[in-house]
Design a protein around this ligand. Sequence first.
Ligand SMILES: *[C@@H]1O[C@H](CO)[C@@H](O)[C@H](O)[C@H]1NC(C)=O
Ligand SMILES: *[C@@H]1O[C@H](CO)[C@@H](O)[C@H](O)[C@H]1NC(C)=O
Ligand SMILES: *[C@@H]1O[C@H](CO)[C@@H](O)[C@H](O)[C@H]1NC(C)=O
Ligand SMILES: *[C@@H]1O[C@H](CO)[C@@H](O)[C@H](O)[C@H]1NC(C)=O
Ligand SMILES: *[C@@H]1O[C@H](CO)[C@@H](O)[C@H](O)[C@H]1NC(C)=O
Ligand SMILES: *[C@@H]1O[C@H](CO)[C@@H](O)[C@H](O)[C@H]1NC(C)=O
Length: 766
Amino acid sequence: MANSAFLLYPLLFAAFVLNCHGSQEERKLHIVYMGERPEGELSVASTHHSMLANVLGSASSARESLVYSYGRSINGFAARLSNKEVEKLSEMKGVISVFPNQILKLHTTRSWDFMGFSKGKLGSAIEGDVIVGLIDTGAWPESKSFSDEDMTPPPAKWKGTCTGANFTCNNKLIGGRYYNSDGYYDEKDFKSPRDSLGHGTHTASTAAGREVPGASYYGLANGMARGGVPYARIAVYKVCWETGCSGADVLAAFDDAIADGVDVISVSLGSDFPLPYFHDPIAIGSFHAMKRGILTSNSAGNSGPYPYSVSNFAPWTLTVAASTIDRKFIAKAVLGNGQIFDGLSINSFELSGTTYPLIWGGDAANFSAGSNREISRYCLTGSMNSIKVAGKIVFCETLWDGSGILLANGVGTIMADSSVTDYAFSYPLPATLISSEDGQRVLEYIRTTENPTATILFGETWEDYMAPYVVSFSSRGPNPITPDILKPDITAPGVDILAAWSPVAGPSIYGEDTRSVDFNIISGTSMSCPHASGAAAYVKAAHPDWSPAAIKSALMTTAHIMDTNKNDDLEFAYGSGHINPEQAVDPGLVYDASEADYIDFLCKQGYNSTLSLITGDNSSTCSSTELGRGWNLNYPSFQLGVEDGQSIDAVFNRTVTNVGSPNSTYTLFAYFPSTLTVSVEPSTLSFSAIGEKQSFTVTVKGSPITQQSIASGAITWKDGVHSVRSPIVIYNILPGTIYSSYSTPEKKPNFKGSTIYHKNGILGHN
Ligand SMILES: *[C@@H]1O[C@H](CO)[C@@H](O)[C@H](O)[C@H]1NC(C)=O
Ligand SMILES: *[C@@H]1O[C@H](CO)[C@@H](O)[C@H](O)[C@H]1NC(C)=O
Ligand SMILES: *[C@@H]1O[C@H](CO)[C@@H](O)[C@H](O)[C@H]1NC(C)=O
Ligand SMILES: *[C@@H]1O[C@H](CO)[C@@H](O)[C@H](O)[C@H]1NC(C)=O
Ligand SMILES: *[C@@H]1O[C@H](CO)[C@@H](O)[C@H](O)[C@H]1NC(C)=O
Ligand SMILES: *[C@@H]1O[C@H](CO)[C@@H](O)[C@H](O)[C@H]1NC(C)=O
């Protein structure tokens, strides 16, 4: 049977297939990455051009082949190259990596309140100094979420611009650029940063949208819509089109956003399989952003709940999982016999209690369309007979987008499917989704009743007492490339989120839905990422001089502890826990890291000869040839991957910086399963000044852990005011699942259906 969650994929993050330039089979778009922009060099573009001319044999073919010359923040270019030309370029001086362009995928009201962050306390002037850059599908500039009423002109540091016809910036939406190396425009695409897909308008307004009272989706989720930092500025970099998001465009957007002067970059898209750090445009772009003091916040991906599915896992970025908020959307299906089923659906259609004849999809096949009972029972698009379906409610045996019934003039559909139970979709007609079990009851009613009838009630919002838990689709760790860095880092609301929308983008999961809305409710790590970006912007506004690592540390160590009973895969689902923006501005201590720390990390991962290019500093080489584990990076969480039969024996070194009270003494609290022996030296840290640093070591020992298990606990430094918590995760690496930084992935693990992680006597609470 069809995996309907996969088929509904386009809704969550516009999955598109690239239509590459078929005519020039042998020359494909590649990115040639050359590291940091050389200082003072006026024309990197001419260097790129002559390199290309050298390889392609003439200046004119170089001109033809060149797609981008990156040179504002990053050094490199994108060009169409044959395999031979790729080889030649890879060997040229100054080249770090040459990799094929990839097509990446796009991965409120209540949500900010749910996080205990009802209103920022910093004030409009302080927030107004912060600029959030979004690399996404653009924005709808006329949305009320982007109104600049009462806002002052952008801060002087802003160097960006607003490009494209009929796209006007203001003091809120201060920048807009668009990138389309493909050169192909669908008829729905605007040749400007204007958003035709809705996704970018949703993410931008979630991160930093203005307060809009009375926002709702057809009356559902009615309330005040707003972003995390309503007075911060927004700059949009449109890289995603009807056909997808090209890596070459993503890198161009980073190159500009960094030079334009943004403070936080929000990226809700990514690759479906793990890429080595310097073959991944998002990892490269975010590395150069980090060098300039800009934190990049990323979506973890929507490929969960399978292990090793997390994407965007570079240690210099924040990787955000998606969890529920305390609201769920229910639409009741009522049968003629009085039976009521609470279905999961964002149902915006009012049938006013009128009942309609109810039929089973299997009884309404359109045989002349090649359909039969075995197809039409699922009500797939084009499979239904409109004579049988018109004016009726149809019971269907899978989750689908409703188009099968809509196009056959049906009134509505009751779908049965137990594969999606923790988030809701909206549909282009009255529809609801019930469990397969309840579906059997509906089928029995239809079979045993002479004139079965049903109705579907208007959507309701219910309180979800289980919230927050990480939603099924959110991608899970472990980290597929660096086993000793825990990813995702944190979780944030990403389920059924109301935010602004593009009025030309259909609101439901049916792509051809022609209705127009200003606000829409959707789910994805694409939605949780901008919550974290907004929170990061809030911390940045409060502490303009904090490094990206300090901001990230503040968000992670202050996170709410997640209930270990609600997610079997524990930290691999939620990292340090649930984001807590209000507390993040006052973390007490931070685990800071500079570019040099990341360089040291990269050295231990086997990067050396190319490092001086990446950093733009010709003296940065590795001090030792020793390859090492990534665990000594001064990261705000701790992780150790051990192999089968290997004893647990690790010493983690960490340094914390005091950002709380000048005079403070922190005492250690630790919670661990009894199978581990953990010692922390020293166990108190005393500070007498802001900015003072103190180091400690954490030694973890234990007997080998059984296959596919995880043992986790946490250490927390407390001074009576602050609580600085870091999870420690020890797990068994499945052979063949970790890719070395240089190899391409051979095997993509997929453990669907197997029981994955045992809880190993975890005491996760403090
Ligand atoms: C600008 O775009 C909006 C939205 O598509 C449209 O309504 C308006 O007519 C356009 N204006 C011009 C001058 O093209
Ligand atoms: C059956 O399918 C064909 C082909 O799609 C279509 O033209 C026809 O209208 C359909 N018939 C009914 C009764 O829906
Ligand atoms: C390294 O950089 C310095 C300063 O930019 C420059 O003077 C020197 O020539 C460079 N050395 C090499 C080997 O490129
Ligand atoms: C790193 O690369 C540089 C330049 O290629 C080389 O001089 C140095 O010895 C290398 N260091 C190590 C530790 O391999
Ligand atoms: C960690 O700290 C210990 C004690 O300070 C020190 O002996 C050791 O060399 C450090 N290890 C690393 C990798 O920095
Ligand atoms: C911190 O403590 C020291 C020694 O007790 C004292 O001299 C100093 O004034 C204190 N500083 C603050 C800011 O409280």
